[in-house]
Design a protein around this ligand. Structure first.
Ligand code: AP5
Ligand code: ZN
Length: 212
């Protein structure tokens, strides 16, 4: 199964990805996690991406498309995968179509902007695994500690309020158009077209999970 999780920054894509990848045994391919790993490792890609990410902008399409093509060619993606935070622009979506990558489901997690800033402010992450918590809405068993490894949780560098507002603006300018793009593909129902599912992301984490 090949699936795309679509939604604004902080909509809960990473949170729901954890459930989906376990249930279906497919890898989560998060371009954000891949970029953050490159930043942490200090690779040339990481050095280039860091300033863009910290400013809330988007990394260039050709770089992202190259990363994703390489990733989906790995053996663990042979039976499917879950895209989280990709595609984010029309050229990224078109690159997958051109590469013959048929998607089975596009799941949109819908959350209005006014809820997003609060979610980001309380977000804590386990960097190595990408596991995500919220101090109030999805707290770890022990404060500031990852449930699985016991390691420390941190805040993301791009979760400051002004950066979050910039990321939301970029989402509305460049990514939200994919809602219509995939919606029209699904409605046309041609061979290889995805099914489009919209979920109310304002509900509690478990309710969103059940709806997905
Ligand atoms: P990326 O890592 O993809 O970030 P994003 O899309 O901005 O999304 P987030 O990870 O912030 O949010 P999420 O939807 O995963 O929410 P989460 O589950 O964590 O991208 C980061 C940057 O990398 C981009 O800005 C860009 O620069 C670059 N980049 C990445 N991909 C790119 C691409 N394809 N092209 C170009 N550039 C790219 O949840 C958020 C918080 O809310 C958590 O604390 C969580 O616990 C809580 N929460 C979750 N669900 C609920 C709920 N139902 N109720 C209450 N709280 C909840
Ligand atoms: Zn995420």
């Amino acid at each position: 199964m090949r699936l795309i999780l679509l939604g604004a920054p902080g909509a809960g894509k990473g949170t729901q990805a954890t459930f989906i990848k376990e249930k279906f045994g497919i890898p989560q391919i998060s371009t954000g996690d891949m970029l953050r790993a490159a930043v942490a490792a200090g690779t040339p890609l990481g050095l280039e991406a860091k300033a863009i990410m910290d400013a809330g902008g988007l990394v260039r399409d050709d770089i992202i498309i190259g990363l994703v093509k390489e990733r989906i060619a790995q053996p663990d993606a042979a039976n499917g995968f879950l895209f989280d935070g990709f595609p984010r622009t029309i050229p990224q979506a078109e690159a997958m179509i051109a590469a013959g990558v048929d998607i089975d489901y596009v799941v949109e997690i819908d959350v209005p902007d006014e809820l997003i800033v609060e979610r980001m402010a309380g977000r804590r992450v386990h960097t190595a695994s990408g596991r995500t918590y919220h101090v109030r809405f999805n707290p770890p068993k022990v404060a500031d500690t990852d449930d699985v490894t016991g390691e420390a949780l941190v805040q993301r560098a791009d979760d400051h309020e002004d950066t979050v507002r910039k990321r939301l603006q970029v989402y509305h300018d460049q990514t939200e158009v994919l809602v219509g793009f995939y919606g029209r593909m699904a409605a046309a129902g041609n061979a290889g077209a995805p099914r489009y599912i919209k979920v109310d992301g304002t509900q509690a984490v478990e309710k969103v999970r059940d709806d997905v």
